[in-house]
Every structure is written in C-alpha cells, then in structure tokens.
Design a protein around this ligand. Structure first.
Ligand SMILES: C[S@@+](CC[C@H](N)C(=O)[O-])C[C@H]1O[C@@H](n2cnc3c(N)ncnc32)[C@H](O)[C@@H]1O
Length: 303
C-alpha cells in the first residue's frame, strides 16, 4: 500500500489523474468564509459569496467524480458558517495577524449580498444540494457531534458543537461495506478531536477510519484532494488502503509526509511530489519551499 502526496492546486492536479481509478474520496475542504488561512494563494474558501464557493467546489468534485470508480463514494466533511460573524480566525497558532490580513482583504466581516449580519448561511447544505443537482446521489447527512463545543458559549444562540459529513455516491448502487460497529446504526457520530495543533483543521483519525472502512476495500485506493496534514493518508495506510492526497501548501504536504512515515516507520511507503503540479500559485511575497521527498522504507518512488 502506498500514500502519494501530490503538491499543487487540486483544480489542476485532479485533471492529471486517470478516470475511474479510485474507490472513494474522503475529504474536508476549506470551509467558506475565510475561517482559516492556509497560507497560500489559490486556497479555496476565500470566495466572497457562498454561491461562488459552492460553484468552485462543484467543479472540484465533478473532477473527483470522474476519477472515482462507478461504484465510488464521496465522504464530504464540511461545516456551516455564519455570515460576517467576525468571530473566525483560526489559522496556525500565532498566525492570527496573517488571518486578519486575509479577512480584511476579502471583507468577511460584512455579510455577503443576500445575507444579514449573523445569518447562518447554510453553505454546507447549499453545497450538498448543488452536488446532488450536478449528478451525485446524496445518500446521507451524518452529524459529527463534538463532545466539546468548538466555540465559546454565546448569549443569543447555542454554541456550535457539530459539523456535517455528507455521503454521496457516483451511482445509485455503490460499494459500501457495513461494519459490525455500533456507530453504523446511527447518523449522529460522537467523535473527539485528536488534534496535535500542527495543522489548523486536521480531521480526527476516527472520522477518516469510519469512512474508509465502509467506502474503500482493503487494497483499494482512496483520494483526498484537500489532504492537509494527511489524516486520510495516514489512516488509509493503517488500514491497508492506498491513498492519493493533494495539497496546495508545500509545508503541509511535507508535514503530512513525515507524519505518515512516522506513524508506521517500518511499513509506510510515502512519496511526495517535489514540485508543484500545474500552475504555481505562490504565497504572496514569499517563495514557497518545495515539498521534500520523505524517506521511504520500501521502494516508495515518486512516479
Ligand atoms: C480542512 S483542511 C484539510 C485537513 C485534512 N483533512 C487533515 O486531516 O489534515 C483543508 C486543506 O486544503 C488545503 N487547500 C486549500 N485550497 C486548496 C487547493 N486549491 N488545492 C489543494 N489543497 C487546498 C489547505 O491548505 C488545507 O490544508
């Protein structure tokens, strides 16, 4: 089994992948609204309006659908966002200044046209519905319930303590292997964050595990076009699945490569493309470091 990390913009890199070549896609794209700054020009999520974000994501996932086998599934983790809450500002620790610059540039403290201050945009559902209208089969809305709320207590509404995981399929009938585990009989999944703080929005390994054991057979290949710190790749490797991960920020691509190798020092076969694939979208004012090839333990050559 191997994990191949492709450094570049997923809008370009996906076009280099062959049709019908992966079994499932497990991914968490940047959420709309500039909630996070992933430190690279070309990052998605900075669109001024939810509709623009949805349109871009539909294009990305249309390419994902082409790359998936006809029996493939998409496990899409995405959260909802308030219009102009002005309360965002994740990003890397200590990066708040950078985030404020991006947010200021894009005006996220003002509601986009058609929304009022403090409106919940329902952008996650707008995306799920747009994907359905684009041809995907929308099969399930899973609530990922977080035992601890992700924001401070509010005076005028409950604090948000959940995100969504949409299960979509390419066709009416698709590969799904129901596990003999209790959570499969519920559409509300309680999963704790296991973040080590190295990436601003890493997915818990358990969330990736659930999607992969149902959506990808042992020996099969999964895809994550927003690979980040590499949770999907790491868990796929643990479960004897291969993975193709695409990541725009070379620092994250490199971190993911080291993380996956470190997770299984004797077995992981990780290769990371050394230069950006497709058009280069460099960070403004700085030259991005290329993603280094991580040491591989077996013949993990980049091809
Ligand atoms: C929510 S994070 C994914 C985290 C990942 N699931 C993990 O566990 O580490 C979204 C990632 O998408 C990346 N990204 C943003 N725009 C991108 C693009 N156009 N192409 C590829 N990756 C992009 C960001 O750099 C960020 O690492």
């Amino acid at each position: 089994m191997s994990v191949r990390i492709l450094h570049g913009d997923c809008r370009d890199v996906l076009k280099t992948l062959p049709d019908a070549s992966v079994q499932c896609c497990v991914t968490s794209p940047p959420y709309w609204g500039g909630l996070r700054d992933y430190g690279h020009d070309g990052q998605l999520g900075m669109e001024r309006e939810p509709a623009e974000y949805v349109g871009t994501m539909v294009d990305v996932f249309r390419d994902v659908r082409r790359v998936l086998l006809p029996t493939g599934t998409l496990w899409l983790n995405v959260g909802d966002v308030y219009a102009a809450s002005g309360k965002g500002g994740g990003g890397n620790r200590g990066d708040r200044k950078a985030w404020e610059t991006v947010a200021g540039r894009n005006g996220f403290r003002m509601p986009p046209p058609g929304f009022k201050m403090k409106d919940l945009t329902l952008v996650a559902f707008a995306l799920a519905d747009a994907l359905r209208r684009d041809g995907w089969y929308l099969r399930s809305t899973i609530i990922w319930r977080k035992p601890s709320a992700v924001e401070p207590t509010r005076l005028d509404r409950p604090a948000v303590s959940h995100e969504y995981l949409f299960l979509l399929s390419v066709a009416e009938r698709y590969y799904a292997r129901p596990p003999a585990e209790v959570w499969w009989s519920h559409s509300v999944w309680d999963i704790r964050s296991d973040s080590d703080g190295n990436h601003p929005a890493a997915m818990p390994a358990e969330l990736a595990r659930r999607c992969l054991i149902v959506g990808c057979p042992e020996g099969g290949t999964a895809l994550d076009p927003f690979h980040g710190y590499g949770t999907v790749g790491m868990v796929a490797d643990r479960l004897q699945r291969s993975c193709i991960g695409i990541e725009l920020n070379p620092t994250y691509a490199d971190m993911a490569s080291r993380r996956i190798t470190g997770d299984a020092p004797l077995f992981a076969e990780v290769a990371c493309s050394a230069t950006a694939i497709g058009r280069e979208r460099s960070a403004s004012g700085s030259t991005p470091a290329p993603c280094s090839i991580a040491p591989t333990n077996r013949a993990g050559q980049w091809t």
